[in-house]
Design a protein. Sequence first.
Length: 336
Amino acid sequence: MDLFALTRKLIDIESITGNETAVGEALAEELSQLGYKVERVPVERHRFNIWATRPRESRPALALSTHMDTVPPFIPSSETTESILGRGSCDAKGIIVAQIAAAEKLKAEGTHVGLLFLVGEERDSQGAKVANQQPRGTKFLINGEPTENKLAIASKGTLRVEVVAQGRMAHSAYPELGESAIEKLLDALERVRKIELPSKPKVGPCTMNIGLIEGGCAPNVIPDHAQAELLYRLVGPAEELRNQIAAAVSGKAAARFKLEIPYMEMATVPGVATMVAAFTTDIPALSNWGKPLLIGPGSIHVAHTDGEHIPKQQLLEAVDLYAQMSRQLLHDGAGS
């Protein structure tokens, strides 16, 4: 099995969220050729997750898992002596290949793990939510995301909020006849920015990004509608923060809470370096798949960029890391 060639093959199959079918079929064929029993688990219409096991070992105690989808735009693969480049190289097609190679290494030793590859992680974790309704009895789940081969002791959660202001349209020459929704929104956002956000030792602060602002229809019209989309990275429960946001915008706008993914603390194993993931993963949606761990080759700092890449050395090291951790968890119960 050529790790680098297979990584490039998967990168060169466009699989932006919602369009994972072709890469799923390629993986199913690859795994079947390696002797796995491959199950295509329907998610919606043509989309499916992959669950692969040895034919006589349908309920392994540990699953290696990551996602098949990528963010746009599609970027084909290229290669240097040090790295493989392209969309999905580190997030997460290189990780898929490292997990398959680790499963092969373990299989040769007589140790069996399952392989769970999911759709939709980059948008709404839809594949993970479907998988969680059909757990396979695993006690441990090693999820792959680019952490530079360090185990995440925690991953921050997500709270996505729409702040919506309503006004009254009027000719801009007579502003007293209207009510500017944009000015209301700006006032509301200024209040929101003054909320003191919590911080957690070893994890760091909760952060907020105002990612989108829109409103109005023309510069000579008093706007009757405006809204902003905010994204918080959580370091604990969100209830108090939700109440603070609603109170801050009250009288100027309304807060609509569109998505919440909880903050997670995860297991570690002795001897593996650790870090904190400021991003979210499929793990909160896979609660029925056992004790979670999070680790993978590549850096999140280049994921989702036009320079996305994965160092070849980290890819090779990840194979050994996934195999080592699996042995420790299955034979020694090392997860803590």
